[in-house]
Design a protein around this ligand. Structure first.
Ligand code: S3P
Length: 181
């Protein structure tokens, strides 16, 4: 399913591990570019009327993943959005393909060392992190990197402010728009 949007019109998609800052960065980039911001997790939570942890508990991960796919397919084909994906969405090949075919995919990368300091802030709201040891989470972190490797552009976010990340992304987008349109 490929649409024929120009590079300037294509929606921008943020991928990366849980808690790397996809939502915060996407929201800021959207604001700076005067585009609509979409957070796939928030869309799912709105539909179910409950937080992700509760959706996992009551309906199971599979239902969450199906909904996630529906929303990603819906929004990735629309123009001029800035979309934050949940960290597990890009594991699915169909989601990777639709995003890479139709969007500009930015990978927000972070080192394990920096990420693990954030764990305590994330665990309550991330069902995937619950009941796992630190070693298991590190394994998941490294496995997920293999999927995130497929992207159009990436940025290491260790010790970089959200504002700096957003400005770097906008500069690189503007350069690409000038060069290729
Ligand atoms: C998940 C990441 C979460 C959310 C859900 C599952 C994952 O999103 O979609 O808890 O499997 O990595 P964030 O990446 O925004 O935390």
């Amino acid at each position: 399913m490929i649409n024929s949007l120009s590079l300037r019109e294509k929606s921008i998609v943020f991928i990366g591990f849980m808690g790397v800052g996809k939502t915060t960065v996407a929201k800021l980039v959207a604001k700076k570019l005067y585009r609509d911001f979409v957070d796939i997790d928030q869309e799912i939570e709105k539909e179910y009327g409950m937080p992700t942890t509760e959706i996992f508990k009551q309906f199971g991960e599979e239902s969450f993943r199906e909904k996630e796919k529906e929303y990603v397919f819906h929004y990735s084909l629309q123009p001029l959005k800035v979309i934050a994906l949940g960290g597990g969405a890009f594991i699915r090949e169909d989601i990777r393909n639709i995003c890479l075919e139709n969007n500009i995919v930015f990978y927000l990368d972070i080192s394990w060392e920096s990420w693990k300091d954030r764990l305590h802030m994330l665990v309550d709201s991330r069902p995937i992190l619950q009941n796992r040891s630190l070693d298991e989470i590190e394994k998941l972190f490294n496995e997920r990197k293999n999927f995130y490797r497929e992207h159009n552009s990436s940025l290491k976010t260790d010790n970089v402010s959200v504002e700096e990340v957003a400005d770097y992304i906008i500069d690189s987008l503007k350069l690409a728009w000038e060069l290729y349109s």
